[in-house]
Design a protein around this ligand. Structure first.
Ligand code: ZN
Length: 136
């Protein structure tokens, strides 16, 4: 599996995949995604471009499984000094600020909610986020 290039699944705007790894034992894909420096950060409140960078952060979110492996994204992101909104988080098209799952995973789970019970969904998606918080 480590031979498979997964980057095509992570073709998000204004970011690039820095690293990918696969833990065979845990069946866990880990993607490290950082802002693409060719693009100016965008304020997530007002969508204004070109705000100055205030600080750099990192957080983990769950994404759709890659094949049968759970997938986590370590996302490098920035807070920006927006001239209109003040200090805010930059806009990322695949995850909302403060959310622990990607938009596409949220959409998938929302779809499953219509056809399955929450217990079945939890089992299926193994949303065991609490055990994977320590990275550094
Ligand atoms: Zn703004």
């Amino acid at each position: 599996m480590s031979q498979i290039q997964l980057n095509a699944f992570f073709d998000f705007c204004r970011v690039k995949v820095m690293k990918q790894s696969y833990d065979q034992e845990k069946k866990l894909v880990t993607m490290t995604i950082n802002p693409d420096k060719r693009y100016d950060p965008v304020c997530h409140h007002c969508q204004q471009r070109g705000a100055k960078i205030h600080s750099y952060h990192e957080r983990m979110v769950r994404d759709l499984n890659c094949f049968d492996a759970q997938t986590v994204l370590w996302i490098g992101y920035r807070t920006v000094k927006c001239t209109t909104c003040g200090n805010t988080v930059e806009e990322l098209d695949f995850v909302d600020p403060g959310k622990r799952i990607t938009k596409r995973l949220a959409q998938y789970l929302l779809f499953l909610c219509k056809v399955m019970t929450s217990k079945e969904i939890t089992k299926l998606s193994s949303l065991g986020l609490e055990n994977r918080q320590s990275h550094s």
